[in-house]
Ligand binder design. Structure first.
Ligand SMILES: [Zn+2]
Length: 428
């Protein structure tokens, strides 16, 4: 296969070269490569040829909620969004808190159109009481641990988990939400929650756990990754922690840089998500954090829900939005960042956090050079398209971007040397 006529872009820079792929690896890069007879040619004219995107935060719902998504449909959506690897969150049923549960997902993902890395639970049942067998899961290749959907409420237990994590060389990822502050909040606590009469969840619920975990990271020397940061104060805490040299990383979700709490005005549950949509000042802080390097990655928090579960009154509906097929275009459309920065945030930086990059022995995140695993995406950065929920590959339809016109489209995706998306269409 030859990817022809594009501009290769990776962590090492940009160059106008073709890319030849043979047996799953990049065989050659160069100008005007000759195409062997019978080889597939992917046209990359006017496009960027980048390492495949890596999503640190997806809910594939299998096992347990296959009515909302399966590993097959979720990874098809991922491929269409330019992702060649995703990290599957452990809040499935059963939860991914045992070696058997992790092995089951890895087996189910064998035929998937993107690499599925598994995040293991920190505590048994994600209940926050007893540590999961982290060493057993780490031995299966689990690199990120999280009780996502909930934060670990006990500081003492989190400290112990961090001590284990440090010994195992793995990373704990926290969904920062203090339950005693969040209570039954269904949206951001502020002017809009008061006006709409929807119970609010204060920004503090996120911020106190970010502050606590920074202190615990300092005390233990263990790595902490902050999931979906959404408030200005949280981001500032991480900025200070990084300046102090602590081993913390952070991600932000596209909805937290593209939507505000005012979206709840019509009580449409499609805009319910956790952490909730915040005021414009927080949206601006997320953008600033992405621009100045405080936030390391854009992660979707792709959270499909079948309509019979999602279409409930706002305060009863489950939180979560689709994200895989809109993330890249939202980043290109909403962030005033050079494309090389957008790709750092969506490919090589998250690949390193997930332990999937070449430095960790994986094949994700590039660079695009001879002998490297061919996990690639070809992006038309100027193409515009309108989000049609019915046209998405996910089993669910809960996108908050229906009807929105975005700039930037994935033309082709190559996973392990095979095209899985050609001209914007999934081919398996
Ligand atoms: Zn979460």
């Amino acid at each position: 296969m030859v990817i022809r006529g594009g501009t290769v872009i990776d962590a090492t820079g940009e160059r106008r070269v073709d890319v030849a792929v043979v047996d799953g690896v990049v065989q050659a890069t160069g100008e005007g490569l000759t195409v062997p007879p019978g080889a597939t040619v992917l046209d990359a004219g006017g496009c960027l040829v980048a390492p495949g995107l890596v999503d640190l935060h997806v809910h594939l719902r299998e096992p347990g909620h296959e009515e909302a998504e399966t590993i097959e449909t979720g990874t098809r959506a991922a491929a269409l969004g330019g992702f060649t690897a995703v990290v599957a969150m452990p809040n499935t049923n059963p939860p991914l808190d045992s070696a058997d549960a992790v092995r089951n997902v890895l087996e189910l993902a064998h035929a998937a159109t993107a690499q599925v890395a598994v995040a293991g639970a920190i505590t048994v049942g994600r209940e926050g009481n007893h540590l999961a067998p982290m060493a057993e899961l780490a031995a299966l290749g689990v690199h990120l641990f999280t009780d996502d959907g909930a934060g670990v409420q006990s500081a003492g237990l989190m400290r112990r988990a961090l001590e284990y994590a440090r010994g195992l060389g793995v990373t704990l990822a926290q969904h920062c939400e203090d339950g005693t502050l969040a209570c039954d909040g269904a949206m951001h606590e502020g002017a809009w929650s008061s006006r709409l009469g929807i119970p609010g969840m204060p920004a503090l619920a996120e911020e106190v756990m970010v502050a606590r975990d920074i202190a615990l990271s300092r005390a233990t020397g263990a790595r902490v990754h902050f999931l979906h940061l959404s408030t200005a104060a949280s981001i500032d805490l991480v900025r200070q922690a990084k300046a102090a040299g602590l081993a913390v990383t952070a991600e932000a979700a596209p909805h937290h840089f593209s939507l505000t709490d005012a979206c709840a005005v019509d009580y449409d549950p499609v805009f319910k998500v956790n952490p909730p949509l915040r005021p414009q000042s927080d949206v601006d802080a997320v953008k600033a954090g992405l621009a100045d390097g405080t936030i390391d990655a854009i992660a979707t928090d792709h959270a499909p829900h079948a309509p019979e579960f999602k279409d409930l009154p706002f305060d009863l509906a489950p939180p979560g939005m689709l994200g895989l097929q809109t993330a890249l275009a939202l980043a290109i459309t909403e962030l005033e960042l050079p494309l090389s920065r957008v790709l750092a945030l969506m490919s090589w930086q998250p690949a390193a956090i997930a332990g999937l990059d070449p430095g960790s022995g994986g094949g994700q995140g590039g660079p695009i050079e001879d002998g490297r695993a061919a996990n690639l995406c070809v992006i038309d950065p100027t193409a515009t398209w309108t989000v049609d929920p019915m046209a998405l590959a996910s089993r669910s339809r809960n996108t908050p971007y229906a009807g929105r016109t975005l700039t930037g489209r994935v033309r082709h995706t190559v996973f392990r040397g095979e095209p899985v998306v050609i001209d914007g269409e999934a081919i398996r």
